[in-house]
Ligand binder design. Sequence first.
Ligand SMILES: Nc1nc2c(ncn2[C@@H]2O[C@H](COP(=O)(O)OP(=O)(O)OP(=O)(O)O)[C@@H](O)[C@H]2O)c(=O)[nH]1
Ligand SMILES: [Mg+2]
Length: 207
Amino acid sequence: MSETEFRILSSEFIVSSASGRDIVEDELPQIVFTGKSNVGKSSLINSLLNRKKLAKTGNRPGKTRLINFFLINSSFYFVDLPGYGYASVSRSEKQKWGQMMRTYFTESDNVKLAFSIIDIRHDPGEHDLKLIEMLDGLKIPQIILLNKKDKLSNNQLFVRKKAFAGVFSSFSTIIDILPYSATIHYNRDKVLEHIERITAGAENDQY
Ligand SMILES: Nc1nc2c(ncn2[C@@H]2O[C@H](COP(=O)(O)OP(=O)(O)OP(=O)(O)O)[C@@H](O)[C@H]2O)c(=O)[nH]1
Ligand SMILES: [Mg+2]
């Protein structure tokens, strides 16, 4: 990393979208956070931004129901997506969720990076793989974040990292696979380095 360390200087909630339409009207880069409900997407956003409650978090799955746009450093967006796969939701709500994701990802031209978040203790589920495949098909660079690393011992961490590396070895859009903990901010600097490169380096086509 360069000597001038990348810093989060400002972060503010801008708008929510219920339809899935990308309703932000500028062309600033968007960095999205996807993953199963309760995996810690909103907590991760707060961890990266050093804010306790900017993105709403919760103990019960299904906390985030809308697509939320946060403007960072007045120069790019974090996009907090609703999670999938929580049991209490009806079939029609699940369909609505699927439609929302398709609308967002196929219509937005400004998604420069996706964090695909998985609980490090569990293997990726059907929905995780579907979304990762969809992003791959759309040629969106992605980073797999294995959240809740604080729940594992170092031995377990080693085993889980190896397992995930095997599962995702064939995806060309996956640029990194990193354990993370939103609770203890583990690997926060590494994630911020990626964000710095993606948001500053649109001209040097390294991904
Ligand atoms: N131990 C531990 N708990 C975490 C971590 N990240 C999130 N959590 C907890 O997991 C729960 C869900 O976190 P959220 O950030 O609301 O999850 P989400 O993915 O945004 O969930 P939805 O909005 O429902 O899709 C909360 O109780 C968090 O405190 C982590 O790294 N470690
Ligand atoms: Mg959430």
